[in-house]
Design a binder for this molecule. Structure first.
Ligand code: HEC
Length: 121
C-alpha cells in the first residue's frame, strides 16, 4: 500500500519536472533564435542594451558623471546628430570602449545612435 503511493507520487513529480524542463528548453531556444534578429540591426534599443548600458544605464554615465546621454550634456559637448554619436563610438573619449565596424556595423551603430537621441531627453 504505502509503497504504491510513494511510487505514484514519484512518477507524477517526475512527469511535472520533465514538462518544466521542456518548457525551459523551449524558451531558451526561442531566446537564442531571436537574438540574431536584434544583432542584425532591427533594434537600436537591443544594441544599446548589449553594448552601452553597462556604463550608460538609463542614459547616465557611471564613469564620468558629467558626460551622460541626456540631450543637455550631449549638446554641451557638441554632440547633436546620430552621426556624431557613431563617430564617438568609433573614436571614444577616455574611459569608453571603442566600437569598431567588426563589433557594431555602421547600420547597427546608426540604430543605436538614433535610439540614444530618442530615448534620453
Ligand atoms: C566602458 C564604459 C562605456 C561603454 C561600454 C560605453 N561608454 Fe559611452 N562613454 C563612456 C565614458 C567614460 C564617456 C566619457 C568619455 C570622455 O570623457 O570623452 C562616454 C561618453 C559617451 C558619449 C558622450 C556623452 C557626452 O555627454 O558627452 C556618448 C554619446 C556615448 N558615450 C555613447 C555610447 C554608446 C552609444 C555606447 C555603446 C555603443 C557607449 N557609449 C558605450 C563610457 C562607456
Amino acid at each position: 500500500m504505502n509503497f504504491n503511493r510513494t511510487a505514484l507520487r514519484t512518477m507524477s513529480s517526475t512527469g511535472t519536472s520533465t514538462i518544466a524542463i521542456s518548457a525551459a528548453a523551449f524558451l531558451a531556444v526561442l531566446l537564442l533564435w531571436q537574438t540574431p534578429l536584434h544583432a542584425a540591426g532591427k533594434s537600436g534599443e537591443a544594441g544599446f542594451k548589449a553594448n552601452c548600458a553597462a556604463c550608460h544605464a538609463d542614459g547616465g554615465n557611471i564613469i564620468k558623471a558629467d558626460k551622460t546621454l541626456s540631450r543637455k550634456d550631449l549638446h554641451k559637448n557638441g554632440i547633436k546628430t546620430a552621426n556624431d554619436i557613431v563617430k564617438l563610438m568609433r573614436h571614444p573619449g577616455p574611459g569608453m570602449s571603442t566600437f569598431d565596424k567588426k563589433m557594431v556595423s555602421d547600420k547597427d551603430a546608426k540604430a543605436i545612435a538614433e535610439y540614444v537621441l530618442k530615448a534620453f531627453k
